[in-house]
Design a protein around this ligand. Structure first.
Ligand SMILES: *[C@@H]1O[C@H](CO)[C@@H](O)[C@H](O)[C@H]1NC(C)=O
Ligand SMILES: *[C@@H]1O[C@H](CO)[C@@H](O)[C@H](O)[C@H]1NC(C)=O
Ligand SMILES: *[C@@H]1O[C@H](CO)[C@@H](O)[C@H](O)[C@H]1NC(C)=O
Ligand SMILES: *[C@@H]1O[C@H](CO)[C@@H](O)[C@H](O)[C@H]1NC(C)=O
Ligand SMILES: *[C@@H]1O[C@H](CO)[C@@H](O)[C@H](O)[C@H]1NC(C)=O
Ligand SMILES: *[C@@H]1O[C@H](CO)[C@@H](O)[C@H](O)[C@H]1NC(C)=O
Ligand SMILES: *[C@@H]1O[C@H](CO)[C@@H](O)[C@H](O)[C@H]1NC(C)=O
Ligand SMILES: *[C@@H]1O[C@H](CO)[C@@H](O)[C@H](O)[C@H]1NC(C)=O
Length: 484
């Protein structure tokens, strides 16, 4: 039994990288919090809302309902290690042993455990022709990580990484730009021949509830960081990682080629009154040759979104809850820059209680979306399963868009719609949709009756296999609030 005061002194004195050991080309990292020195320091997840360094301008009334327990239940249908895998970081003080609970008095910020330096040290010493192992336990991440010049590295993660939430201003100021739409990220990985494996044991906990409550429904709060970005990566393999309460989008794939991401489990969903908007599973952008397979995602926004300049993207075996499921877009947001998306397959997808299921959203911009397949999409209680728009969000200038959407197949699309609309498709009259093909479409309103199919400006409508029951105006919204 260690008196708390001694432990605190040790924690302050311990060199940051004490737990990283290099053995040949292998760097092994052990969480500082499992060393005696750190036991006295509280979990950073336990920092009281009043202690968080929130920017008062963003959180005018210092809402004391900020902290709410997250949902720790693993949702995955894929075999995963129990029980550590899906577990949230502890939000109570750790105990040294059964008789000796540590008194969780306030720990000065500078004494709180930070595992970032030793992790970054492992990346710099073993990130080329090496192996990086993060052993089991909880790692406290208090700093941004930029690990973008990796080559031939195997990253093996067995522990839980918890991103701090006691200084959100820090993340907003220091997170790295990913250029897209002014967004930022807390961790960039890039380089060549990178494998990052979590074995169903790695958990990335972004303390997302704090971000959701700070953003208060504002979609793109400046500086709110994407959890993990694959940035200028070639031959990247990411497998077996569980996310709980990501800060913003769970992942982003940008300026990358040949990226495979499999067996991922993501769950970020608000338990306060605030919405979990922009907690997308992933977005691809300026990237090609992407494979996404075996994901389970519960989030408050798009499950998988294929954005501008993405090609050869294959997505399969994904279960999405509460999300936007499978989407191409948004693309064409910058009228000065064309956006090109082609050769995308979404197959064997399940969507539960989502906004849409198989859809395409563009701004009235330039470029094209072509050769897209949605196949074997099954869903329950989806607001508007099939949706195409040329003027997402504004619903203005819909017919001036020159961003053509062509050669799109919807095959074997079955399930229940929330209201009496199976499909709403509005293409721009300046660049009508063409080469649309529908087969095996069986969509029934969950409360009975028949579903409407609304469409406008599909050039090959007669041969598309879809019987339209009425026109779809540009103003037709992405989400309905009742029968139309
Ligand atoms: C997807 O999950 C299934 C079932 O667990 C497994 O058999 C298969 O190997 C996984 N596929 C990939 C690409 O990891
Ligand atoms: C890749 O790194 C491993 C060590 O992890 C090394 O054994 C192997 O030789 C490296 N491959 C190349 C092509 O350098
Ligand atoms: C929060 O982070 C900012 C930016 O790094 C820093 O200037 C500030 O001192 C931090 N606040 C606290 C209380 O640590
Ligand atoms: C793509 O990346 C994988 C690793 O995920 C690698 O095994 C494969 O060789 C790469 N393909 C090409 C064409 O380089
Ligand atoms: C997409 O690629 C084209 C051609 O390479 C380029 O001109 C355009 O700027 C890119 N668009 C975006 C949004 O990056
Ligand atoms: C359409 O995309 C699929 C899947 O990526 C690809 O196999 C096929 O070659 C593409 N077709 C054309 C005409 O590019
Ligand atoms: C998708 O499901 C079909 C039908 O069950 C199966 O034949 C096909 O192999 C699956 N595709 C993938 C990529 O898992
Ligand atoms: C249609 O999709 C379902 C999954 O939603 C799959 O089980 C079934 O095999 C598919 N049918 C065909 C003909 O591929």
């Amino acid at each position: 039994m260690w008196p708390a005061a001694i432990l605190l002194a040790l924690a302050a004195a311990a060199p940051a990288s004490a737990a990283m050991v290099k053995d040949g080309s292998t760097c092994i990292v052990t969480p500082l919090s499992t060393t005696p020195a750190a036991v006295a320091a509280r979990s950073i997840g336990a920092v009281a809302p009043t202690e968080r360094d929130l920017d008062p301008a963003d959180s005018p009334d210092g809402d004391s309902a900020l902290w709410a327990a997250q949902d720790p239940r693993p949702l995955g249908r894929y075999p995963r290690a129990e029980p550590g895998s899906g577990r949230a970081a502890p939000v109570v003080a750790r105990r040294v042993d059964d008789e000796d609970p540590v008194v969780a008095g306030p720990v000065p910020r500078q004494n709180r455990v930070d595992d970032t330096p030793q992790i970054l040290s492992a990346f710099s010493q073993c990130g080329k022709n090496g192996v990086i192992i993060l052993r089991e336990g909880t790692y406290y991440i208090r700093q941004v990580m930029d690990t973008t010049s990796l080559s031939n590295v195997s990253i093996e993660i067995y522990g839980t990484l918890v991103w701090s939430a006691d200084n959100l201003s820090y993340w907003r100021q220091k997170s790295f730009s990913v250029t897209y739409a002014g967004r930022q990220t807390a961790w960039r990985i890039g380089g060549r021949d990178i494998a990052m494996r979590g074995f169903g044991k790695a958990v990335f906990d972004g303390n997302g509830q704090a971000w959701i409550d700070l953003a208060r429904g504002q979609g793109n709060l400046d500086g709110r960081p994407i959890s993990l970005t694959v940035w200028q990566g070639t031959n990247v393999f990411i497998d077996g990682i569980t996310w709980r309460m990501a800060q913003f989008w769970h992942t982003f794939i940008a300026h990358s080629q040949n990226v495979t991401m499999t067996n991922l489990d993501m769950n970020t969903f608000s338990t306060s009154g605030q919405s979990s908007v922009n907690t997308d599973g992933t977005n691809t952008w300026n990237s090609k040759d992407i494979t996404i397979s075996n994901w389970t995602v519960k989030c408050g926004d798009d499950c998988i979104a294929v954005k501008g300049n993405s090609s050869n993207v294959h997505i399969s075996n994904v279960v999405c809850r509460e999300s936007g499921a499978m989407t191409v877009g948004s693309v064409g947001s910058n009228s000065n820059q064309p956006d090109y998306v082609e050769n995308v397959v979404f197959e064997n997808i399940t969507a539960i209680h989502s906004s849409n299921a198989a859809w395409i959203k563009t701004y009235p911009g330039r470029g094209y979306v072509r050769n897209i397949t949605f196949r074997n999409i099954r869903f329950e209680d989806v607001n508007q399963p099939i949706y195409v728009t040329s003027c997402i969000y504004s619903y203005q200038n819909c017919d001036s868009s020159r961003l053509a959407i062509t050669d799109v197949r919807w095959e074997n699309i079955t399930g229940t719609s929330r209201y009496n609309v199976a499909a709403g498709i509005h293409c721009s009259s300046a660049a009508p949709c063409d080469g649309f093909h529908f087969s095996g479409i069986d969509i029934k309103p969950k409360n009975g009756g028949t579903a409407k199919v609304l469409c406008s400006n599909i050039k090959n409508q007669a041969s598309s296999g879809l019987t339209c029951t009425g026109p779809c105006p540009g103003s037709h919204p992405q989400q309905l609030s009742g029968n139309v």
